[in-house]
Design a protein around this ligand. Structure first.
Ligand SMILES: C[S@@+](CC[C@H](N)C(=O)[O-])C[C@H]1O[C@@H](n2cnc3c(N)ncnc32)[C@H](O)[C@@H]1O
Length: 222
């Protein structure tokens, strides 16, 4: 993957339409998932994973730090070299890979469709969604009644998400959790992701790798 803050890449950075719900995941939040949730989803180590809504790779690249084979694709070409495909496409040519797990932060509006599609493709599915995604009679009927989650893993601390960029010092009033389905889990029920992950799991290189620098014109105006 091309470094996110590479000058030439930044010059050609492509903004997706708002309808695609592009909210990149903080690197520390994915590391907390890998440490506290992923090992509970299978008795064997997860060897392969697919983020089918990878955006600019904030989650997929962090998964690559520990999972040996990580595929990444998105419906929008952000110019980062990932496959471009519509995860919800059906029929011949619809994207499908044989992986141990599908792991993503799906577009909010289509998250139930993502869950149903992912469950048809992989034995382990883990989706990072707002805690409030639990609510709603329609979603219950379509998804949770038929496919109850195996493991629900809320973050005790808040995970800031911002449209179009990762803000290393961001704040939020929204709570997030992992909604996980696993065919052969080690643990079921609720697993709280303990506090202190943001401080512990933010790495020195994360800003250079994943944060979008302010445009030169903004810096000059300061
Ligand atoms: C919340 S962002 C998550 C990005 C990345 N997974 C992360 O965690 O940083 C949702 C992503 O879903 C992508 N997306 C929306 N609809 C899609 C579809 N039908 N198929 C594949 N990707 C889609 C958007 O382009 C966006 O990058």
């Amino acid at each position: 993957m091309i470094p996110l803050n590479h000058r030439a890449v930044m010059a050609g950075r492509r903004e997706p339409p708002k309808s695609l719900d592009y909210f990149p995941t903080a690197p520390w939040a994915t590391r907390a998932f890998v440490r506290h949730v992923l090992p509970l989803l299978s008795p064997q180590p997860i060897r392969s994973a697919w983020d089918p809504a990878c955006g600019e790779g904030h989650m997929a690249e962090v998964l690559r730090e520990t999972v040996p084979a990580v595929l990444a694709s998105d419906i929008f070409d952000y110019g980062r070299g990932y496959d471009v495909s519509d995860f919800l496409a059906t029929g011949p040519g619809a994207p499908a890979h044989t992986v141990d797990a599908i792991v993503t932060n799906p577009p909010f509006k289509a998250a139930a469709d993502f869950a149903l599609r992912a469950l048809a493709l992989a034995p382990i599915v883990a989706l990072l969604c707002r805690v409030s995604w639990l609510e709603g009679a329609g979603r219950y009927e379509r998804l949770f009644r038929l496919r109850p989650v195996t493991l629900f893993a809320p973050y005790v601390e808040r995970v800031p998400m911002h449209r179009g960029r990762w803000e290393p010092n961001g704040t939020t009033a929204t709570a997030y959790a992992w909604f996980c389905w696993a065919a052969d889990p080690l643990c079921t029920g609720i697993q709280m992701i303990p506090p202190g992950q943001r401080r512990r799991l933010t790495c020195p290189g994360d800003v250079a790798r994943f944060a979008v620098p302010a445009a030169p014109s903004l810096l000059a105006a300061e």
